[in-house]
Structures are given as C-alpha cells and as structure tokens.
Design a protein around this ligand. Sequence first.
Ligand SMILES: *Cc1c(COP(=O)(O)O)cnc(C)c1O
Length: 222
Amino acid sequence: MSTIAQRLNSIKSTLPKGVELVAVSKFHPVEALQEAYDAGQRIFGESRVQELVEKIPALPADICWHFIGHLQTNKLKYLIGKVALIESVDSIRLLEMIDELSARQGVITRVLMQLHVAAEETKFGFTPYELIAWFAARKFESLKATHICGLMGMATNTDDIERISADFKTIADTRRKILEVAPDLRGFDVLSMGMSDDYRLAISEGSTHVRIGSAIFGQRVY
Ligand SMILES: *Cc1c(COP(=O)(O)O)cnc(C)c1O
C-alpha cells in the first residue's frame, strides 16, 4: 500500500512545469490533508462549504484553499476572504453576489467561471456560447472586487478518450474565443481541467490546474 505522500509525489513528478496541482481533499479527514501538507502540498480543493469552514482552522494558515463545488448564495458569506480561488462560479447571480460581498468586506476575490461541456445534465456551469456573449458584452467591466482568472470545467464521465479530449479542447477554445472578444482582459490565464482519471488528457489540451482527489487520497467514503 502506498501512502498519500508517495502518491502525491509520484503524480507531481509527472506534471509539466507550469501545471499546478490542486489536491481535492473533500470527504477526507484533516489528518490526510496534513500528510499531504507535510509532503509539500499547499493547494487544496474542497466542494462543501461546511466541511471547508471546519478544516481551515485545523490546518496550517499558508494553505491556498480552492472552492470547487456548487455554491449556494446563502453560504457565500462563509467563503469570502477565506479562499484563494472560487473555481465554480456557475451563474451571473452568484458572480454578482461574490462581487457585492467582496466589495463590502474590502477584499478582492479571485474566481473561475465554470463551463458546462460534458454530456451529463447534472453538471453545473455556463455554455461556451453564453460565456463568450457575456464577455463580448463587456459585462465584466462592472465588477468592483472580483478578478476572473480563467475557466474551470469537467469532461464527460466516459471511457471514450476522443470525447474527453474534445470536451477539454472546447474549454481551451472557449478561453481563446473570450480573449478574442475581450483582448484587453488581464490575468485570464487559468484553465482548471483534469481529474484523477483524465488529467493527462487535460494537460495535453492545455490545462494549467489539475484537480486530483482519489488518485492521492484514495476512494472517498460518502
Ligand atoms: C471531486 C472533484 C474532483 C476530483 O475528482 P477525483 O476523480 O477524485 O480526482 C475534481 N473536480 C471537482 C469539481 C470535483 O468535485
């Protein structure tokens, strides 16, 4: 049986330079996160507000927390000022509330817009068309305290490698198209795509952040 530290290090050793590893620690106890931290990991991804809020004070303060789950607006207040990146902005209403709360608290919140490209209807996010139109209309200019750093997305849950690659390609293309309609956007560099089973494919399509959970921490017990 390999340890968390061993699995983490072997994954890290395969990542090209410039690709960041987000260790997805949802449903795992703080001891597991501490082991990854002791092995050098600093970016952790969590998908439930309550769980994240409980873990933050139990772990070292220099961890960069990424929120990666569907976010209900009434829980937003627990995250603002606490997380390094909200990767899962899936509605304009949520974006506007993030901006409002951040401005009120005097902080800048970094976010990714979540794209929905997978075949499953259960996944949240914008369609590429919606998002490109939103940027073309320059709606981002009204944000006061939010920095949109890029896009997050998931590929279809399938064994069909062609389909997975096509989904990642769509996400990368959408970023390029957004930069075409809004060439003055700054710091729109992040492409968060790829999980335990498909991160190698995501990297070949240009991923800058891979979100890996079970390949580091083992299976989750829900
Ligand atoms: C759980 C989760 C992951 C990690 O999935 P694994 O298959 O365990 O690597 C990545 N991204 C999101 C958005 C998730 O919810």
